[in-house]
Write a protein that binds this ligand. Structure first.
Ligand code: DMJ
Length: 647
């Protein structure tokens, strides 16, 4: 029986079932409608084609802008294009492909970068991977570029929140492993040394300021007051972070959050030491992690130092009791004077603190110190170590790049760098100071022509250098590379020569560790004369200069010298529960002094670790290390800067 076509679903109906016509009228309309739609779409596409191509053009130009921005960031992060003159260590530093760059282009790039970044359009640039060796610290602009820039100009804040690892305390730095297996092994050894130093402290002296690693108990130097204030914890934190010792870092963080309490500091503390170790250390941790607890603790401590600045001149006293605000100077300091290396080593931390808190008061305090110094006559262009904070007059005419003077000079150059080369006043002061030091204090030893810096006592040279003064080899080199002028090559040379002399002071002892002071005469050079000059208290300055010179020149001898020192520390300073100073560097069985200085963890081990790391770890065109080796980010180029965002 034929099946009526009509009971079948439409799609199964046979053609011709409708009077022989292949489709019904409704179907014909449907097909027509579909065809028309397809035609409209095709025409539409052709019609809109110009706009699509416009979009393509836009995408192209967007990717051009992105490339431009990337190039800009790269220019910021990588060492700058070459200067014409060769550097002092011999060869001209290798250059970027672009060769010498038009300074206007550099300025335009800066403006473009700032614009895009402050509009929130640019993710924070990756941390730099500067080339090995030469001129890594050479930053983008010439000194002259900074002349029109105001130190107090508002800070672009957009990058702050987007910094890698923000608020997590998770290490967001590059690993910095060197490609050379020998260096990797050395670096591991340094990390093990840090583990040993930390473990001893955590086991036997937790919360105290320092550790006695032989007698295994806590210790405190007078500079920290009478209370256990965890100086070693605060000083060591960024080293733990940099070395990736996460569990220890967390342990330290907890102690700081729960126990570091300035309102309990009821005895005299040193404003300088509180600044370089605590404020500097905490600000470094804030920069590295974005954890505001660190910033707030730094602020509380700096705040408690402020009564120390209440003097007729604004030059602060050395000591303050945080709970009462009572302040004074050391009785031994030339008629109760303030000390150049102390009041002159506050600028970087106070300035940065103002930037991250939005509280201008701290910067104002250190600007005032500058003002006073600039208004004073300097005998022979040199800065005496003592200044009376009441009268504003110099005390004893003792000039030194070691104890009592040292880091004042360091902070002039470094504050210029830290401020992104905005603080040109600091640079001008540095140029004058170092120029006069070079002219009046730089000497050559008679026996083999070693370069050294003598001290000056009422115009007469004293041919002695402190271990402390050995940081200046690195400082001269840093000036030679970053402040390009007619003296650059010479400063680079002096930096390398002084560092060589400091190495000699190590090499000429029985332990291969350097003495606290060494002298030069017709008969000796780079040797300690008296027993009380022969101690080594785990100081970092010589290794610090090896590190800086290694980064700036790429000369492998600095790594070898650093390794010699590390091995000697291991051999003579290692104790059962940590590391100790020794009393006589000229004895092969020296007595240990039973003190593990907090700066051993902050500085000595950090510099050694960095010396055996790849240059991508804390590149010197992004970070400036304070005088306690706490890294502070460079303004305007380092996304870790984290400036205060308005209320
Ligand atoms: C550290 O506290 C600092 O480096 C300071 O500037 C000088 N002395 C010690 C280390 O020797």
């Amino acid at each position: 029986m034929p099946v009526s076509d009509d009971i079948l679903p439409r799609y199964q109906r046979l053609p011709g079932g409708n009077g022989g016509r292949p489709f019904r009228c409704r179907e014909t309309h449907l097909f027509f409608a579909i065809g028309a739609t397809i035609l409209i779409i095709c025409f539409g596409t052709i019609f809109f084609m110009p706009d699509l191509s416009e979009s393509l053009r836009r995408m192209e130009s967007l990717s051009r802008v992105q490339k431009q921005v990337r190039d800009t960031a790269e220019g910021f992060l990588l060492p700058p294009p070459p200067h014409a003159e060769p550097d002092a260590v011999g060869a001209a530093p290798p250059r970027h492909a672009g060769q010498i760059e038009d300074p206007h282009l550099a300025q335009d790039r800066q403006k473009l970068y700032e614009k895009v970044r402050s509009a929130g359009g640019l993710p924070p640039p990756p941390l730099a991977k500067p080339r090995q060796g030469a001129a890594a610290a050479d930053a983008p602009a010439d000194a002259g570029d900074a002349d029109n820039v105001d130190v107090d100009e508002p800070l672009p804040a957009a990058a702050a929140a987007a910094v890698p690892g923000a608020g997590t305390n998770k290490r967001a730095l590059p690993e910095g492993e060197d490609s050379d297996p020998v260096m990797r092994q050395r670096r591991d050894t340094i990390k093990q040394m840090m583990q040993h130093a930390w473990k001893g402290y955590a086991t036997y002296a937790w919360g105290s300021n320092e550790l006695r690693p032989v007698s295994k108990r806590g210790h405190s130097a007078g500079i920290f007051g009478n209370r256990p204030m965890g100086a070693t914890i605060v000083d060591a934190m960024d080293t733990l972070y940099i070395m990736g010792m996460d569990a220890e870092f967390e342990e330290g963080r907890r102690w700081i959050a729960d126990h570091l309490d300035v309102s309990k500091m009821d005895s005299e503390v040193s404003i300088f030491e509180m600044n370089i170790r605590y404020v500097g250390g905490l600000l470094s941790c804030y920069a590295l992690t974005g954890d505001t607890m660190f910033r707030d603790k730094a602020l509380a401590i700096a705040h408690a130092m402020l009564p120390g600045f209440n003097t007729p001149t604004g030059i602060p006293y050395s000591l303050v009791v945080p709970t009462t605000g009572r302040a004074k100077n050391y009785g031994w300091a030339s008629g109760a004077s303030s000390i150049l290396s102390e009041f002159g080593t506050l600028h970087m931390e106070f300035s940065y603190l103002s930037d991250v808190t939005g509280e201008p008061e701290y910067r104002k305090k250190v600007e005032r110190i500058r003002q006073v110094l600039n208004g004073l006559e300097k005998p022979n262009g040199l800065y005496p170590n003592y200044l009376n904070p009441k009268t504003g007059k110099w005390g004893q005419r003792h000039v030194s790049t070691g104890a009592l003077g040292d880091s004042f000079y360091e902070y002039l150059l470094k504050e210029w760098l830290r401020s992104g080369r905005r603080d040109t006043e600091a640079l001008t002061m540095f140029r004058h100071a170092i120029g006069n030091i070079t002219e009046r204090m730089l000497k050559k030893s008679k026996l083999s022509g070693l370069t050294y810096l003598a001290e000056v006592q009422y115009e007469r040279p004293n041919h002695k250098m402190d271990h402390l003064a050995c940081f200046i080899g690195g400082l001269y080199a840093l000036a030679g590379v970053t402040d390009k002028n007619k003296d650059s090559a010479r400063y680079m040379e002096i930096g390398a020569e002084i560092t060589n002399t400091c190495h000699e002071s190590y090499d000429r002892t029985a332990t291969k560790l350097g003495p606290e002071n060494f002298r030069f005469s017709d008969a000796i050079e780079a040797k300690a004369m008296k027993l009380q000059e022969k101690y080594y208290i785990l100081r970092p300055e010589v290794i610090e200069s090896y590190f800086v010179l290694w980064r700036l020149t790429g000369d492998p001898k600095y790594r070898e010298w650093g390794w010699e020192a590390a091995q000697a520390i291991e051999r003579y300073c290692r104790a059962e529960a940590g590391y100790s100073g020794i009393q006589n560097v000229d004895s092969t069985s020296p007595r240990q002094d039973d003190v593990q200085q907090s700066y051993f963890l902050a500085e000595t081990l950090k510099y050694l670790y960095l010396l055996f790391s790849d240059n991508s770890l804390l590149p010197l065109d992004q970070w400036v290390l304070n005088t306690e080796a706490h890294p502070l980010p460079i303004r305007g180029v380092n996304p870790y800067y984290r400036p205060h965002v308005g209320d």
